[in-house]
Design a protein around this ligand. Structure first.
Ligand code: GAR
Length: 208
């Protein structure tokens, strides 16, 4: 039986596009993207979903007083959508245990660095790459991991390294990491999950 994937977005949605393209190629295993939920009304990711006939919803972070009330609304939306897997694809809001406990080991996130480097609260989007360049790392990359209430701390599923090049700007590094790592390992991790090949053992995963 197919698995319902709900994708959470806040911005441009290139990772969502990578998932849509992978599904079209038959590369999400049993997974099917059934709904995209945005935290911002103007997220271009919503247009990408509509262009591909995928149901969209908006749950605007600013409409809620705090993370707790937003998390409860999100949990209810995800229960309504009967989500088997929830994918954060450039979703820039932290959700609390109301969501993370309800969907334990069923939520995954793509982060644009090699965790545990350049991760945690405040590390998102272009800022991650600014910090990597400031530190002078020669290699960065991307990580797909399970989401827990602690930001970027859940069990790691896949990682891919990408070389930093002389003269990189945050923008050029972000683009290379998206192209060479994020758009590849996010669909791959979704496929592995949907095919039942990701086992969580303590704070680690075993890929079967
Ligand atoms: C991606 O690089 C993603 O890894 C990052 O934001 C970008 C969203 O791009 N996510 C985070 O920083 C989460 N901590 P997209 O909207 O084009 O997929």
């Amino acid at each position: 039986m197919s698995k319902k994937i709900v994708v959470l977005v806040s911005g441009g949605g290139t990772n969502l596009q990578a998932l849509i393209d992978a599904e079209k190629r038959g590369e999400l295993g049993e997974g099917k993207i059934t709904c995209v939920i945005a935290s911002k009304a103007d997220a271009y990711a919503l247009t990408r979903a509509e262009n591909n006939g995928i149901k969209t919803r908006t749950l605007i972070r600013k409409d809620y007083q705090d993370i707790a009330s937003y998390s409860i609304a999100m949990r209810d939306a995800l229960l309504e959508e009967e989500a088997d897997l929830i994918v954060y694809a450039g979703f820039m809001t932290i959700l609390d245990e109301n969501v993370c406990d309800t969907f334990k080991n069923k939520m995954i996130n793509v982060h644009p660095a090699l965790i545990p480097a350049f991760c945690g609260k405040g590390f998102y989007g272009l800022h991650v790459h600014e910090c990597a360049l400031e530190k002078g790392v020669k290699v960065s990359g991307a990580t797909v991991h399970f989401v827990t209430a602690e930001c970027d701390a859940g069990p790691i599923i896949l990682q891919k390294a990408v070389e930093v090049q002389e003269g990189d700007t945050p923008e050029t590094l972000q683009k290379r990491i998206m192209e060479q790592a994020e758009w590849k390992i996010l669909p791959k991790a979704v496929q592995l999950f949907c095919d039942g090949k990701v086992e969580v053992v303590g704070n680690k995963t075993v890929i079967k």
